[in-house]
Design a protein around this ligand. Structure first.
Ligand code: NAP
Length: 263
């Protein structure tokens, strides 16, 4: 059986990049999406095609579900369990930016609650359910089973953007998920990682493209280019392929060196 991954928000952007890179190395996938079914279908087709081009035969399923909702998270897990006896990798990727970027002094509670629900509560409790499933599989003695959990946060976890404080707070909170679950699940051999992307070309950043074009040209990132979804996908592949076997709870920056302090 091919190894299997569940990717939240796999229909577009970074999640799609992760799905494509995993498909290329022969992983079967559940691609979750919130509302954009046609994008999810297109990603699924592209994954099967990418796998075929590298001589792999994989299964890709799509599953609608709003990760902020308990009922949808349960349905997503059921969907996976009905199809596969085991899950090798969860990628907590789905996340949203505020609909309106508002100055900190004008920030509103509805946007804050929405971001906390999708960016923090969703992955926190989805990870809990997946972790229980993985622990069951470890205890059942599944052969050659090395499960992993990856959470996509952001440079916003430590960078103050005063026009989207709700997003920064949500990503800072989400960062705590990895040390918590890494500590809790180590005894079962389940490894847990945080990927921290920088500025990546997706629908999320499209509206601020000119601003970031300028900042990158002015030297914002030591590697002077936009990140691509595939950059994050390749970091996921390194973890999926067990290239970091003695690391857990680790933060991996995928940001062109944005995090470096320079003088
Ligand atoms: P994107 O292009 O806007 O795509 C978002 C994806 O998440 C879509 O697949 C969307 O599904 C899904 N989604 C949104 N809300 C959801 C919900 N409630 N439940 C389930 N799925 C949901 O965003 P992106 O730029 O790829 O961002 C992906 C992740 O990377 C986010 O966590 C984001 O915070 C993080 N990130 C992005 C950047 C960047 O520069 N782009 C940088 C750092 C971190 P539909 O297609 O159905 O709408």
């Amino acid at each position: 059986m091919n190894p299997t991954a569940l990717i939240t928000g796999g229909s577009r952007g970074i999640g799609r990049g992760i799905a494509l890179e995993l498909a290329r190395i022969g992983w079967s996938l559940v691609v979750n999406y919130a509302g954009n079914r046609s994008a999810a279908e297109e990603t699924a087709r592209a994954c099967v095609e990418a796998a075929r081009s590298s001589g792999q035969d994989i299964r890709v399923e799509i599953c609608q579900g709003d990760i902020a909702l308990a009922e949808d998270r349960r349905r997503l897990i059921e969907f996976g369990r009905e199809r596969w006896s085991r899950l090798d990798l969860l990628v907590n990727n789905a996340g949203v930016a505020p609909v309106v970027r508002a100055d900190l002094l004008e920030a509103d509670e509805a946007s804050f609650d929405r971001l906390i629900g999708i960016n923090v509560k969703g992955p926190f409790f989805l990870t809990q359910q997946v972790a229980r499933w993985m622990v069951d599989q470890v205890q059942a003695g599944a052969p050659d089973y090395h499960p992993k959990i990856i959470t996509v946060t952001s440079i916003s976890a430590y960078t103050a953007s005063v026009n989207r404080g709700d997003y920064c707070v949500s990503k800072a909170a989400l960062s705590m998920l990895t040390p918590l679950y890494a500590a809790r699940l180590a005894e079962y051999g389940i490894r847990v990682y945080e990927l921290r992307p920088g500025i990546i070309a997706t629908d999320m950043t499209h509206a601020v493209k000119e601003k970031y074009d300028r900042l990158i040209a002015e030297g914002l990132t030591p590697l002077p280019r936009w990140g691509e979804p595939a950059d994050v996908g390749k970091a996921v592949v390194a973890i999926a392929q067990d290239l970091l076997p003695f690391s857990t709870g680790e933060v991996i920056n995928v940001d062109g060196g944005f995090h470096l302090r320079r003088l």
